[in-house]
Design a protein around this ligand. Structure first.
Ligand code: BGC
Length: 885
């Protein structure tokens, strides 16, 4: 076949779901999208070459032609990949008609360095912890100083004699670190290596430092903070360093290839020097104390104070180091404050929206010893910061001036705050708003989803879910970014994960967190409530709805990203979890041993039996197990899990469904769980929907917690009750998500009653204004309002059902998702009672249209090939929709 008749080359190549990643672990997989105009793939061929600085490329894998439609996460199966090595790959495909594509471009990936090849030891500050570092003055200013260590600085000078061809820095820390070479920052990630259970694994980073180094003398400087390793984490225990260890440490290897073909290796070792610097502490939860007077310059300090350069101490690395190419957190945006007012003690700046990150401020010339503090809060009370909801997280940064005639820019190093407002104390005059900027710090994920419609309140809610996701997608998905918690609660993340995965490309992010979840699983097979595991629930794993998420999350990875390797990897852990549950609950009813039994968290009506919720989740686990087994070709197992699911449904029915169809406590949630879980027989299903609708209408709002609220949107949309869903979603009266927006919320609140006209602030011990769980509503917007739905078997957008459900007074809605298969779009307008739709099906995928009975669809269930399609449907009844003019 001549090349001119070939079909277009595959595009959008990704390795481990990342574009040209640097520092991957040595198991990789490849994804691509079919070339433009290509409808199908019947087979593919992948070639992988190992590259070297000076020698020829060496072929390490030729898959040969493989008969398969897979375009996502195809696992590498060639020669063993080496660490710290550069590779490239390309792919070509054949259509079902046997037409061959051109080869794709070559895509790069590079492996990092892990335990296998790691030779450098840990280096750390030799001075005894806290010795000489903290003065009574510090403690007076900030009691946090009493429990926190100064940031350690390391330095090492290296001389390079030849031209540099390439250079890589492999590094990691017990703690958090940043590197500069000749004062220029290395990489853009912050707070690396991120949070894992350090006793089980610590991720190593790979930085391309070719441009940072030069021939001659180079000074490498490292700042090392306590981080999650040695700083404050969670609310219990309330002591820094109690979970992993007190001694932060750093390790690295620098490899430099020079023009003569020589490879130089420079390690962290005893030749490096350490001292404390200007940062007297910088803690993730607490904030930072920065003393510009930097005492290392002071003559009065004793030699052993820690403020003089001294050789470091070393210790060999015994931990499991594992390369991770990301995603890591970074500063993803920066905006100036938009307003300012005087407060009792200073000036309060308003960023205009709630976020997670920090403040960068241009301070005016100051006299030596001037203390400027910057306190952060999400909300105001009578014009002052409301900080009671921060509990034990102080979120204050202090800057002590050394005296300066010129303005100084200050930004803390190793802390983040959940905030919208910043109170600056210590300056006689206010700074112009432009001098104080908020930086949002978030996992550096690609935004793939967009939603827009003609309802102001839905748009507000949608935008708030985006901000809430950015605020909480940190090294791990946190419950909240502000108070002394910020933990990886499984229940919250699982509920939000579908929406999250439509908003952003979460594939590699969730893969990393799934590993954290497995690391936390107990020997008996119980998943935890939070991952990484934290001390307070160590003997009480397995909470319904939370631990179950350790099992259920994998379905989301598979549904949205078609991540089969994740499924394969996670399957044994899922089996262990099922064995754990099965031994405890042989009848299928999950009514005991529920440990931290949170129920339908933050519900208004808390009467729903917790055993009902637990049994619903058990059934979901059995269902997921059956479908995972089917995908992995384990038919016998699939059958077994399906039978278990039926047994659980029977037990559910017996325990919670009355002869007259009353379910559980007759709460809204009781019905939502039963319907969503498919736990009812067909006729009972209809009456349950009717009862749910009646209950909602009687109370005028939802009384559900975050788990059942997410289910309720889908239950209503999928059972002909979209009008009610629209009404609830657009409500702005208490309790509703719209109410949060009406109160000025720019992120989603933790609880319905975060603040109400009647009661004021919600319970202070648990009242975050930046919690993503209720943001699950964004999934309903994509799926049921705009109409982008993934049918069973459509994983990774291979098949898409377009099912827009106009209503709620909207005359327009639109969503797009730049999915793993390519761009998916659904837009509709209602004009003069005519519904005009535009659907985009990505190359290689199949679309199907489902239009409700309200609309005269010429072809019911019409199939759509790849491409853009425009359709018009006429209303057969008054749809109650504002038409155009
Ligand atoms: C978190 C919640 C979480 C809950 C579990 C809270 O403190 O912020 O979002 O689900 O604990 O009970």
């Amino acid at each position: 076949m001549s090349s001119t008749s070939r079909i277009a080359k595959p595009t959008a190549q990704r390795t481990n779901f990342q574009e040209s990643p640097l520092g991957v672990d040595v198991g990789v997989d490849f994804s691509w999208q079919l070339g433009l105009g290509t409808q199908t793939q019947s087979s593919y061929e992948i070639e992988v070459d190992k590259l070297s600085i000076d020698g020829p490329a060496e072929r390490v894998w030729d898959s040969r032609r493989v008969t398969s439609a897979d375009t996502v996460a195809v696992s590498y199966a060639g020669q063993r990949l080496l660490e710290a090595t550069r590779y490239c790959w390309r792919v070509r495909t054949w259509s079902e008609q046997g037409r061959e594509s051109q080869w794709s471009d070559w895509a790069l990936f590079e492996s990092g360095l892990g335990s296998k090849g790691w030779q450098a030891p840990w280096i750390f500050q030799p001075v005894g912890i806290l010795s000489g570092a903290i003065t009574p003055d510090d403690v007076l200013l900030s009691p946090i100083a009493h429990h926190s260590q100064p940031v350690v600085e390391f330095r090492k000078t290296i001389e390079l004699y030849e031209e540099i061809v390439a250079a890589r820095l492999y590094a990691t820390a017990r703690g958090v670190y940043s590197v500069t070479i000749d004062s220029q920052p290395v990489g853009s990630s912050v707070l690396v290596p991120g949070w894992t259970d350090y006793a089980q694994r610590i991720h190593t980073q790979t930085f391309d430092v070719t441009e940072n180094l030069h021939t001659g003398i180079n000074e490498i400087s490292v700042a090392l903070g306590d981080g999650w390793y040695a700083g404050y984490i969670g609310f219990d225990p309330r002591h820094a360093g109690a979970t992993y260890g007190w001694q932060p440490a750093f390790t690295c290897e620098l490899r430099v290839w020079t023009s003569s073909g020589t490879e130089h290796r420079i390690f962290s070792n005893g030749s490096w020097e350490a001292k404390y610097g200007a940062i007297r502490y910088s803690d993730g939860l607490q904030g930072e104390l920065y003393d510009q007077r930097n005492r290392s310059a002071s003559e009065n300090l004793p030699q052993d104070s820690g403020y003089r350069w001294r050789p470091v101490s070393t210790e060999s690395v015994t931990e499991n180091l594992q390369p991770l190419s990301g995603p890591y957190t970074a500063v993803i945006s920066e905006d100036p404050a938009v307003a300012l007012h005087s407060s009792k003690n200073g000036f309060i700046y308003d960023l205009g929206y709630n976020t997670s990150g920090r403040t960068i401020v241009m301070l005016p010339p100051l006299e030596a010893g001037t203390v400027v503090s910057m306190a952060h809060a999400e909300v105001l009370e009578n014009g002052e910061l409301y900080t009671a909801n921060l509990r034990g997280a102080s979120q204050v940064d202090y800057f002590i001036s050394a005296g300066s005639d010129v303005p100084t820019e200050y930004e803390p190093t190793f802390t983040t705050h959940g905030f919208r407002y910043v109170e600056v104390i210590g300056l006689p005059d206010p700074l112009p708003t432009g001098s104080l900027r908020g930086r949002t710090i978030s996992a550096d994920l690609k935004r793939i989803g967009h939603f827009d419609c003609s309802s102001k309140v839905l748009n507000q809610i949608y935008q708030a879910t985006i901000r809430t996701q950015q605020s909480n997608f940190q090294s791990i998905p946190t419950d909240c970014p502000q108070r002394d918690e910020r933990l990886g609660w499984l229940g919250d993340a699982y509920r939000f994960a579908p929406a999250a995965s439509m908003n952003f490309d979460t594939a590699s992010y969730f893969r990393k967190w799934m590993q954290d979840i497995r690391d936390a699983q107990s020997a008996e097979g119980a998943f935890t409530d939070c991952a990484p595991r934290v001390g307070f629930h160590s003997s009480r794993d397995g909470a319904p709805g939370f631990a179950d998420a350790g099992h259920l999350m994998v379905e989301i990875l598979y549904r949205y990203h078609r991540d089969r390797p994740a499924l394969e990897q996670h399957y044994p852990a899922m089996e262990k979890w099922m064995t754990y549950l099965g031994e405890l609950h042989p009848t299928g009813l999950r009514d005991h041993h529920l440990n931290n039994n949170y129920g339908d968290w933050v519900s208004i009506d808390s009467s729903t039996p917790k055993e009902l919720i637990a049994t619903y989740f058990y059934s979901e686990c059995a269902r997921t197990m059956a479908s995972a087994a089917t995908v992995l070709g384990k038919a016998v197992a699939a059958q077994k899990w399906d039978e278990l699911r039926q047994k659980i449904a029977g037990a559910f029915h017996k325990a919670f469904v009355d002869a007259d169809g009353r379910i559980g406590s007759d709460s809204q949630a009781s019905y939502a769980y039963a319907i969503a879980g498919g736990l009812l027989e067909a006729d009972a299903q209809d009456s349950a929907v009717r009862r749910l609708v009646a209950l909602i209408k009687a109370s005028g709002h939802l009384t559900t917690g975050f788990t059942s609220t997410a289910l309720t949107w889908d239950v209503l949309a999928d059972n002909g009750q979209m009008d009610l869903a629209y009404e609830l979603a657009q409500s702005t009266s208490y309790p509703s998500i719209g109410y949060m927006m009406a109160q000025g919320g720019t992120t989603i609140w933790e609880r319905w009653d975060g603040w109400t006209e009647d009661e004021g602030w919600g319970p202070v011990q648990m009242n975050s204004f930046n919690h993503f769980a209720f943001g699950a509503i964004a999934h309903w917007m994509y799926q049921s309002v705009a109409g982008i739905r993934l049918p069973p078997g459509g994983e990774g957008y291979q098949a898409i059902v377009f099912e827009p459900q106009p209503g709620g007074g909207l005359d327009f809605a639109s969503a797009s998702i730049d999915s793993v298969a390519g761009l998916v779009e659904s837009t509709w307008h209602v004009r003069d009672h005519v519904l005009e739709c535009e659907f985009t099906v990505p190359t290689g995928s199949q679309g199907q249209v489902r239009i409700g009975e309200r609309w005269l669809a010429e072809v019911a269930g019409e199939h759509l090939p790849p491409g853009k399609h425009t359709r018009r449907y006429t209303s057969v009844q008054d749809p109650g929709i504002k038409g155009g003019d």
